[in-house]
Structure formats: C-alpha cells, structure tokens
Design a binder for this molecule. Structure first.
Ligand code: ATP
Length: 217
C-alpha cells in the first residue's frame, strides 16, 4: 500500500531529575491528540558547564523505568546517558534520522519553556529539518517567542493539522492544547529537601525510590 499513512515516531528528552507528572500527563494527553502509540523517553547527559543533576545517571534511569512500568505508551532509550560525553539533541536526531531513513516521520516532544529557549539550542534550525516538534503547554509560559525573528521562524513552521505530522518526515511545529500541570523537578527537589509532601506530583514508586536512596535531601 504505497499511500498508507506512516507511523509517527516520537521522542521525549529531558533531565528527569526526577521524572514527574508534569512530564508524563501532558505527553499522555498529547499522544491521544496526535495518535501516538509509543513515546520513547531519552534521558540526557548534562553538559559540564551547566548545573549537574543531583541524581546519578543510573538513578535517573531507574526513576524513569519505575515511572513507566506497566504503561505501554512509554519506552526508554538510554543512548544519551550511555555516551560519556553530553550530546546535543540535534546530534541524537541526526543518528535517529540515519536509523529511520529519510521518509519516516520523527517527532521531538518538548514543553513550552523549551520551545521558547530553542533559539539557544545547538543548530536548532537543523533540528527542525530532522524532526517535527510537538509542544505541550506549561503554566506561566507565553505562546510567543521573545524575539520577532524567532516568532517569524516559529510561524513558518507551525501547523494545526495533525495529518501533516505523518505526511512529512519533519519540519512542522504542533502546539498541543494539553492540560497544564504546574510541576517542575526543581520544585520537587526543593520540597523534598524541606520534607514537604510530594505525593501528588510524581508516581508513588518514584517517590519511594527517592526516599530509599535518600535523594534530594
Ligand atoms: P528542572 O526543574 O530541573 O529544570 P523540569 O521539571 O523542567 O526540570 P526537564 O527534565 O528539564 O524537567 O524537562 C524535560 C522536558 O519536559 C522539557 O521539554 C520541559 O519543557 C518538559 N516539562 C517539564 N515539566 C513540564 C510541565 N510541568 N509541563 C509541560 N512540560 C514540562
């Protein structure tokens, strides 16, 4: 069937220090809207000049595994964590594109805060040639770029057409109207350091693991 719609392979990068419901719930909603059957979580290494995660790579990986256990929507790919050097998202997508071939639709899922900082990312204009961007909303972040030239760039790529995400291998930005969760890993780390409850903010098994490992104290 030459014209059968292609699947859309979606990836979700982040530090996940720790993974929380602000990561998981919007992506589950996004998967419904866009029709994703699988989302691959890509925990990243953090470049040495940036503040380092408090949890080790192994602990961040374990927390992701605990968070997604029994949820067939998610799988984990540890290629960035296993590399000894921090890798740019664009380099990871160069590799994913080589593996998937030129026609396969690929997507990178990001929160609105990441979209707004995208112009500071390494070779971000190349990134959009390699994949689509699926953007989930995040409380407190406007839907416009700070600089006019970046807004022009954004508008040139925006689509509201879900079908376009399968018809083209890359190049579109889809802003999803997903439910908003005012949760950040920073806030969770601060709350845990102050012995405040976090039960509503992240999956129970992840919280149990954090407590057993004495993380974020
Ligand atoms: P930190 O507070 O340590 O900066 P974080 O909670 O923002 O962490 P990251 O691991 O840095 O989480 O984010 C990974 C991805 O998840 C990013 O694209 C980010 O925009 C998105 N994200 C994180 N929290 C939310 C949220 N509450 N709603 C929507 N997207 C989110």
């Amino acid at each position: 069937m030459a014209n059968a719609p292609r699947s859309l392979q979606a990836f979700y990068g982040g530090t996940f220090d720790p993974i929380h419901y602000g990561h998981l719930k919007p992506v589950e909603a996004l998967a419904q809207v866009v029709g994703l059957s699988q989302v691959t979580i890509l925990p990243n290494n953090v470049p040495p000049h940036r503040p380092q995660p408090q949890a080790s790579s192994e602990q961040r990986k374990t927390m992701v595994e605990l968070a997604i256990a029994g949820n067939p929507l998610f799988r984990i790919d540890c290629r960035e964590l296993e590399r000894q050097t921090p890798s740019w998202t664009v380099d990871t997508f160069e590799a994913l594109r080589r593996e998937a071939g030129p026609q396969q639709p690929l997507a990178f899922i990001i929160g609105l805060d990441s979209l707004l900082s995208l112009p500071t990312w390494q070779r971000y204009t190349r990134l959009i040639e390699l994949c689509h961007l699926l953007v989930s909303r995040r409380p407190g972040y406007p839907v416009t770029m700070r600089e006019a030239q970046h807004q022009t760039w954004l508008e040139a790529h925006l689509t509201t057409d879900v079908a376009a995400l399968r018809q083209l291998p890359a190049g579109k930005i889809f802003l999803a109207d997903t439910p908003q969760y005012d949760i950040s890993a920073t806030d969770i780390r601060e709350r845990l350091a102050q012995h405040q409850p976090c039960d509503d903010l992240l999956p129970g098994p992840v919280l149990q693991y954090i407590l057993s490992q004495k993380l974020y104290r």
